[in-house]
Design a protein around this ligand. Structure first.
Ligand SMILES: [Fe+2]
Length: 223
């Protein structure tokens, strides 16, 4: 366990405060919790019912080798917030990108502009019946998703059990699921852009993967 988990009590705080907290969270930990002001924890399952056609995409890189072909899953990509189910996320992410831009010393619009240039979109996971059947029988202690970094600018984790981060000084430590909060973690696009000033959070999942994770990224489809 960490002694203190970086936590932001909502995007309605003063910009100065948010910038400082985001800076601390990303540079020291590569992730932070943020209050779930869009009620994603409550609404995500319902919102999933509105998904458009989804595809299998590569979402992660092996933490040690950088190899990406191991980690893939089924996701729907959204380009804008026109679909009512994803609209709250677009507002939330756009504000978040502004704060992260400022926290990293860029102009406010920088990461939005970067996202446009890099063709980033919003990815929501899809659940396949087969997978849901599989997780019912999974062992609770076994590492089900091995160490990796997400291939995203940021990942938004709505909820997850058995989630662990890695720090050299600490080894593996638990990043608990917290009622009322979601988690933002840095991915490899942000790490590359900042030349390592922000390190993508290395993580793994113990037990069955119950993760409800969303990516802001430009993920490559599995061919
Ligand atoms: Fe991940």
């Amino acid at each position: 366990m960490l002694e203190h988990y970086p936590t932001i009590e909502g995007l309605d705080r003063s910009e100065k405060h948010l910038v400082e907290e985001v800076k601390k969270g990303l540079s020291q930990f590569g992730f932070f919790y943020i209050k779930d002001t869009i009620e994603a924890r409550k609404k995500i399952d319902k919102q999933l019912e509105n998904l458009q056609s989804s595809v299998d995409v590569y979402y992660g890189e092996d933490a040690y080798t950088g190899q990406g072909s191991v980690f893939h899953g089924t996701y729907s990509r959204f380009e804008d917030g026109e679909n009512l189910a994803v609209k709250p996320y677009f507002g939330f992410i756009s504000k978040l990108l502004e704060i992260i831009s400022l926290a990293l010393g860029y102009p406010k619009e920088f990461l939005q502009e970067f996202s446009r240039q890099q063709n980033c979109g919003f990815y929501i996971y899809d659940r396949e019946a087969e997978y849901i059947e599989y997780i019912k029988g999974a062992d609770a202690q076994e590492v089900s998703i091995g160490p990796h970094k997400d291939r995203s600018l940021i990942t938004i984790i709505i909820s997850i059990a058995g989630f662990e981060g890695y720090k050299q000084e600490l080894g593996w430590f638990s990043i608990p699921d917290r009622e009322g909060y979601i988690m933002i973690q840095a991915g490899t696009l942000l790490q590359d852009l900042t030349q390592g000033a922000v390190k993508a959070n290395v993580h793994r999942v113990r037990g069955f993967d119950s993760s409800k994770a969303l990516f802001w990224s430009n993920l490559a489809p599995v061919k």
